[in-house]
Design a protein around this ligand. Structure first.
Ligand code: COA
Length: 225
């Protein structure tokens, strides 16, 4: 009889449905963890279901699946950090999901609760912090460091020696040019890079960057993780 560990998907939105699919694919390729329910904090969603998977409140999940594994499934870095803290506070344990199609070397350091979606390539000597979310079809090159709760939206590309600090968000199709070993290209905590931007130098924290080459749209105040 095959071992089955119940896995909770925290967030019953679009990202949650994609993460449930990712978890199903991992299960079909031999992982022990099987998605059994969504968690959501929105009262209106709780007690309904999505394609057979129930949506539970944290309190109900504690009763039904005490100390189960969970994966936080929202794109916003600050929200993902909050959900993770809440779930851990209720006794749940972070779980990392890496799609079977991901191409990667043995030289990747994974934090807890990391998500890496289909079609992504991670080359070598890469550090992924806790709660990092890497969406479909991204590339992450040598010597990149993604601190806790960094998000890469679909099709983001990081060249070598890039350091994204905590809660930075890289929009769909954005490109970040390489740094050097002596001087990595650094993006500050909570900075958001708009879809399609090309970032050619380091930037500080809490900015919104857009365009080619990327420049600040404005200072962010609300979302810094
Ligand atoms: C950059 C971004 C964060 C700005 O969002 P916002 O703060 O709500 O900004 P607005 O939509 O009000 O746009 C403000 C201005 O920036 C421009 N702008 C917005 N996004 C832009 C982008 N990606 N590139 C270039 N310009 C952009 C708008 O056209 C607008 O210009 P205007 O003032 O001349 O009309 C957002 O547009 C973005 O690109 N987010 C990433 C989306 C993504 O990758 N999603 C993936 C989901 S999986």
């Amino acid at each position: 009889m095959r071992r089955q560990s119940p896995l909770l998907i925290y967030g019953a939105g679009g990202s949650g449905r994609e993460t449930a699919w990712l978890a199903e694919q991992c299960w079909e390729h031999g992982a022990d963890e099987v998605p059994v329910a969504y968690l959501d904090d929105e009262a209106a969603k709780v007690n309904s279901s999505i394609r057979g998977l129930p949506i539970l409140s944290l309190q109900d999940a504690v009763r039904k699946y005490p100390r189960a594994l969970f994966t936080a499934a929202v794109g916003n870095p600050a929200t993902r950090a909050q959900l993770t803290e809440r779930a851990k506070h209720h006794g749940f344990v972070e779980h990392t999901l890496v799609h079977p199609s991901v191409i990667r070397s043995r030289h990747i350091q994974f934090g807890r609760g990391v998500v890496v979606c289909a079609g992504t390539t991670l080359t070598t000597d890469i550090k992924l912090g806790d709660g990092v979310q890497i969406n479909i079809n991204c590339t992450v090159s040598h010597d990149c460091v993604l601190d806790d709760y960094v998000t890469l939206a679909p099709g983001a590309h990081l060249c070598g020696n890039v350091h994204l600090r905590r809660g930075a968000y890289v929009g769909a199709g954005a490109v970040i040019k390489n740094g050097t070993p002596a001087e990595p290209l650094v993006i500050g905590a909570g900075t958001v890079i708009g879809a399609g931007a090309c970032v050619t130098r380091s930037f500080g924290p809490s900015l919104t960057l857009v365009g080619v080459p990327a420049s600040p749209l404005r200072k962010r105040v609300a979302d810094a993780a």
